[in-house]
Design a protein around this ligand. Structure first.
Ligand SMILES: N[C@@H](CCC(=O)N[C@@H](CS)C(=O)NCC(=O)O)C(=O)O
Length: 206
């Protein structure tokens, strides 16, 4: 069985949990808390030298880090990842966008405001910077979603799962989603996909 080391409150960790739930793939879940140093123990670092969650352990014992790499691997051969080369590249486009232009501001601002251990880093300059960059990322999504139902076109894909994770919780980072009506409607569409689970969902332990 697959094993996922993930942090319940983290959007990066939510991405593979959501896809696994939607694929109906059972997995063992091991909760880690980065604030307790769980990802910096010698044991964890042998599994992921980067010391970050989520981390996926495949059935054969191999490990895979990086949430978006997990989405691509798990979605292979399913309707969550197009077969056509260009359509697939559009999914990659949004996954790279998520990691470079969205997560570093939308997710980071949420953690600056939400977690006590991040408070020393929540300077007014940092909050201003992440707000401006996050609003820019949301406006890029807004323009795309004025044209297509989902981010990479007409079909729900792992691009939507990846960007849903931190967009649906963006208000916790002080972003005003009412200013982005197409994004808000897309959030509802994503939440209404079959077998959707909320961020708090964790599989029952066997
Ligand atoms: N690019 C990585 C980011 C993972 C990441 O930043 N995880 C955070 C929790 S959301 C973490 O483990 N932080 C602990 C640390 O950096 O020491 C991914 O998408 O999986």
């Amino acid at each position: 069985m697959l094993t996922l080391y993930s942090m319940p409150d983290s959007g990066n960790s939510y991405k593979p949990r959501l896809l696994l739930a939607q694929l109906g793939r059972p997995f063992r879940h091991i909760s880690v808390d980065t604030r307790d140093g769980d990802t910096h123990t010698d044991e964890f670092l042998t599994k992921n030298p980067n010391g970050k969650a989520p981390l996926l352990e495949l059935e054969d014992g191999r490990f895979l880090a990086e949430s978006n790499a997990m989405l691509l691997h798990l979605a292979e051969g399913t309707g969550f990842l197009p077969g056509d080369a260009y359509e697939r590249a559009l999914v990659y486009q949004w996954l790279f966008f998520e990691q470079y232009s969205h997560e570093p501001c939308v997710a980071v601002r949420r953690s600056l405001l939400r977690y006590d251990h991040m408070k020393p880093y929540a300077t007014p300059e940092r909050l201003d910077e992440t707000l401006a960059a996050g609003n820019k990322a949301l406006s890029v999504m807004e323009k795309q979603l004025a044209r297509t139902e989902f981010l990479a076109g007409g079909s729900y894909s792992v691009a939507d799962i990846s960007l849903y994770a931190y967009t649906h919780s963006a208000e916790e980072g002080g972003f005003e989603l009412d200013a982005f009506p197409n994004v808000s409607q897309w959030l509802h569409r994503v939440a209404n996909q079959p077998e959707h689970v909320p961020m708090e969902w964790l599989p029952e332990q066997t």
